[in-house]
Write a protein that binds this ligand. Structure first.
Ligand code: NAD
Length: 503
């Protein structure tokens, strides 16, 4: 196996020696007897972390500023790499890769001094004279494994929080978006402190070996199937994880709504990035009457967005690889094609497609579509739609459209999902103030904005007491007595608000 880590080898340092030979070629040396090609890299980063180099606020801010320069200076290369990987339209790159990253970066830089501060907490009488606080500490060496569909944003978002929290980080981009992977591996280390941050490239074999190492936190974004593999590997070392996974996101459209607006908002969310979005509306649930109104509106929205032939549109992307193309193409056999359906294997093009007469047992309803196909499932009413949603795995996002706010609220209140957006699609992901993450099959943990900083921070509960006033401690020491316990209880207990007594 050829391992390929973009890895610094500083001469002379203790950490450098420990990692020598475990970088690009994965050969072993005397310092590493584990036989794992990445052990030296992890040891090197851990030594850097133990040296506390990443802890000062100024250091974190400087690394974050460097990430901003990477985004600015490599913008053209990012546009070219993502275009080569999956024909990403420049507008979509600017919005979903660059602007969202910059927003996360600015939110973090604006607030980091405040986020890092100790949080003072309440104390009962027994500790009233002491200092009790939560200290936010970095976990240590963090592994970030990213997918290919937003190949910059989905490693950069967690990386910003991991750096902000003071960790050392190994980034493992997806091997599927190979042009972006190469760009990240070659360019990013030039911006970051190579003693503390590294990019490891490769696919299943390399990631499997990488995961054998002990990390202090693993942040994984990808499919639920691989999420299980990552969690199993983490469990061996009792390493905490965040799992940002996928699934099928339902979109309910009620009978009372502005049909052209719904069609545009749904079509945008479904066909953005050629449907390769974890929070894309995966299927529509509506009545037969609404389906008949939606079909012409969806056709009109698709033509408005991409012209009469979306294959010629510069604003419509391509499927990332041949294997993925064949998988998505196979799903077209479900139900009946009402709009689109054209494919071109050489270009990995699949037209924006709407399927009708789809049964819940059809292939398109058995897996996350992750392509530009929108099936419509007919239901009798909202109750049936909610039952349909609740009988399946809990999704990453649920969407509900209605001019009646009560209907949107009903869907929100009677279902469970990672996130929710009423009367639009995807937009909730753009708010750095909202936590983003799944539940159940769609993931574990959350991030964005301060939530990312919190994810990568260990909240250390601290109590600092004075050396004197020993008489105050006397009641808790043996020999025990009922009287002593009475004092301990009175000074330590948390009283219910209703039976509060004046002290
Ligand atoms: P994937 O799970 O195949 O790959 C993701 C990463 O895991 C890659 O870096 C890959 O190299 C690595 N990997 C793959 N197989 C592995 C294995 N056996 N052992 C160890 N590592 C392995 O996912 P993908 O195809 O890149 O992305 C698509 C999936 O990701 C979809 O399910 C999508 O919904 C989900 N996703 C979720 C989010 C989110 O924020 N929740 C965002 C984007 C994508």
């Amino acid at each position: 196996m050829e391992t390929d880590s973009v890895f610094p080898q500083p001469a002379g340092s203790e950490a450098g020696r420990a990692s020598e030979g475990n970088g690009r070629k994965g050969s072993m040396d005397g310092d590493d007897r584990s036989g794992n090609p990445y052990a030296g890299l992890v040891t090197h980063l851990r030594a850097s972390w133990l040296s506390r180099k990443t802890w000062p606020r100024e250091y974190r801010m400087a690394q974050l500023e460097a990430l901003g320069r990477f985004l600015d200076e490599k913008k053209q290369e990012i546009l070219e790499a993502t275009a080569a990987d999956m024909g990403k339209p420049p507008f979509e790159v600017e919005l979903s890769e660059l602007l969202l990253c910059k927003n996360e970066l600015h939110e973090t830089l604006n607030n980091l001094p405040h986020w890092m501060k100790d949080e003072q907490v309440d104390r009962p009488l027994a500790t009233r004279l002491d200092s009790a606080f939560i200290r936010k500490e970095p976990y240590g060496v963090v592994l970030i494994i990213a997918p290919w569909n937003y190949p910059i944003y989905l490693f950069m978002g967690p990386l910003i929080g991991a750096i902000a929290a003071g960790n050392c980080v190994i980034i493992k981009p997806s091997e599927v978006s190979k042009n972006t992977e190469r760009l990240v591996a070659e360019a990013l280390p030039c911006y970051l402190d190579q003693d503390c941050f590294a990019v490891v490239t490769g696919g299943v074999q390399e990631t499997t070996r990488l995961l054998e190492n002990k990390f202090d936190y693993i942040f994984y974004t990808g499919s639920p199937r691989v999420g299980q593999i990552v969690m199993t590997a983490a469990a061996k070392h009792l390493t905490p994880v965040t799992l940002e996974l996928g699934g099928k996101n339902p979109c309910y459209v009620s009978d009372t709504c502005d049909v052209p607006n719904v069609a545009r908002r749904v079509a945008w969310g479904r066909f953005f990035n050629a449907g390769q979005t974890c929070i894309a509306p995966d299927y529509l649930l509506c009545t037969l009457e609404m389906q008949e109104k939606l079909l012409p509106a969806l056709r009109e929205a698709i033509t408005e967005f991409y012209g009469p032939n979306p294959q010629e549109s510069p604003d419509f992307g391509r499927i990332v690889g041949d294997r993925q193309f064949q998988r998505v193409q196979r799903l077209l056999c479900s139900g009946r094609v009402a709009i689109g359906g054209q494919t071109n294997e050489a270009e990995r093009y699949i037209a924006p497609t709407v399927l009708v007469e789809v049964q819940p047992s059809d292939p398109v309803m058995q897996e996350e579509i992750f392509g530009p196909i929108l099936p419509i499932i007919v239901v009798a009413n909202m109750d049936e739609a909610i039952d349909f949603i609740n009988s399946r795995e809990r999704p990453l996002a649920i969407y509900a459209f209605s001019s009646n706010d009560k209907v949107v609220n009903q869907v929100l209140e009677r279902t469970s999902s990672g996130g929710f957006c009423g009367n639009d699609t995807l937009m909730h992901v753009t708010l750095t103030s909202l936590p983003f993450g799944g539940i159940g099959n769609s993931g574990l943990g959350m991030y964005h904005g301060k939530f990312t900083f919190d994810t990568f921070s260990h909240r250390r509960g601290c109590l600092k007491r004075g050396m004197g006033r020993e008489t105050l401690n006397a009641p808790r020491y043996p020999p025990y007595s009922q009287k002593k316990f009475g004092i301990v209880r009175a000074t330590s207990k948390v009283t219910r608000k209703d039976d509060c007594i004046l002290l």
